[in-house]
Design a protein around this ligand. Structure first.
Ligand SMILES: NC(=O)c1ccc[n+]([C@@H]2O[C@H](COP(=O)([O-])OP(=O)(O)OC[C@H]3O[C@@H](n4cnc5c(N)ncnc54)[C@H](OP(=O)(O)O)[C@@H]3O)[C@@H](O)[C@H]2O)c1
Length: 319
């Protein structure tokens, strides 16, 4: 049996989360797929339950994942394992609107209007069959964000008990500052893309701000969405990407052997070592891999090993 996954506080709050989160984006099948069939729903249920049994206590969702099906399947898992709800934190997101919704001809867009945020939250609560969300995030920055309007919506959600705390996703540091300036409570997380194939948040100020202001950076696609799986990933004509992934793996694989893990846990250990306390969001739907990911918290790579992966990740030598 695995040792329990260690816990960390979320942002500047006292809320404790497992050091890794489980991401539910893929549990209803490929993005854009039709309604999942029973077999796909079972895969999703098994993945959630495997993550819970492995000690994950933070589950990441969004209203748009699987066109709502991911939240529905997640709600079914809560029914199947009733003791789960009080032991975990539910994180979900709103703010992205798909084309042709609610009316034909509407474009793909972001919407942080108070009305849309409030309606979206009700939709998520209903799909999951829960009475509150622990962490509610704005999915992608709305170019028309009116911070007073967002603050109004957040305060209504908090006062009604529907949401306990808030975060953002894919926000730049200035966008975080802008929104924070209107809020009465601290944003706890900024969920951003961070992985070895594109570690831009190391240099654009995102992780600096997280460390300085005690905002937890949740890392989405910590394994680059499978693109480090050089044996299986289909790179098509993107030879440059394949070469970069192959170069990284030539350093990761001997480390995996040394620590008796797989390359995936080395990718996670690289994120976990960062002092901003990056919280990787695991996206595999295979129970064996989900459980294995938890072992990334059992060891720490050295400063030298971390840097040996940085140069191929950046794609150039350090000056
Ligand atoms: N906020 C945002 O804008 C945003 C955007 C994207 C994602 N997210 C969140 O981040 C979560 C994780 O994203 P992700 O799914 O792209 O993460 P990921 O962990 O980087 O990628 C998971 C993918 O890699 C594959 N994979 C290949 N080899 C693997 C191995 N050895 N171990 C584990 N997985 C392996 C998995 O396949 P198998 O399933 O076959 O293992 C799966 O298809 C999502 O579920 C979602 O919650 C947020």
């Amino acid at each position: 049996m695995n040792p329990p996954i260690p816990k960390i506080p979320l942002g500047s709050s006292g809320i404790q989360s497992s050091r890794l989160a489980y991401g539910c984006w893929r549990i209803a099948g490929a993005e854009g797929a039709p309604e999942p069939d029973n077999q796909q729903k079972k895969i999703g249920l098994n993945a959630i339950i495997a993550a819970f049994e492995a000690g994950f206590t933070l589950f990441d969702l969004a209203d748009i994942y699987g066109a709502g099906w991911c939240e529905i399947i997640f709600g079914q898992a809560l029914q199947e394992v009733p003791e789960m709800r009080e032991k975990i934190l539910i994180a979900t997101k709103c703010g992205i609107r798909k084309p042709d919704t609610p009316a034909i001809g509407a474009p793909y867009r972001y919407d942080f209007s108070a009305e849309y945020i409030l309606d979206s939250c009700d939709g998520s609560l209903k799909r999951m069959g829960v009475d509150h969300i622990d962490l509610y995030m704005l999915h992608r920055p709305d170019f028309l964000m009116d911070i007073q309007e967002v603050a109004k919506a957040f305060s209504k959600l908090q006062q009604s008990g529907k949401v306990s705390s808030f975060g953002v996703s894919n926000f730049t540091p200035t966008q975080v500052n802008l929104l924070q300036s209107a809020l009465g409570s601290r944003l706890l997380v900024n969920q951003v893309e961070v992985h070895l194939l594109d570690p831009f948040t190391l240099t654009d100020g995102t992780l600096d701000q997280c460390q300085m202001n005690r905002i937890t950076p949740m890392a989405w696609s910590p394994l680059a969405g499978g693109r480090l799986d050089v044996e299986r990933f289909d790179y098509g004509a993107d030879h440059e990407l394949k070469a970069k992934a192959t170069r990284l793996r030539s350093i990761m694989d001997p480390l995996a052997e040394k620590y008796r893990v797989t390359w995936a846990e080395i990718a996670l250990a690289w994120l976990l070592k960062h002092p901003a306390k990056i919280l990787p969001v695991i996206g595999s739907t295979q129970p064996k891999r989900i459980k294995m990911a938890a072992t990334a918290t059992d060891f720490e790579i050295s400063r030298e090993e971390w840097y040996s992966l940085l140069e191929p990740a950046l794609g150039h030598r350090l000056p």
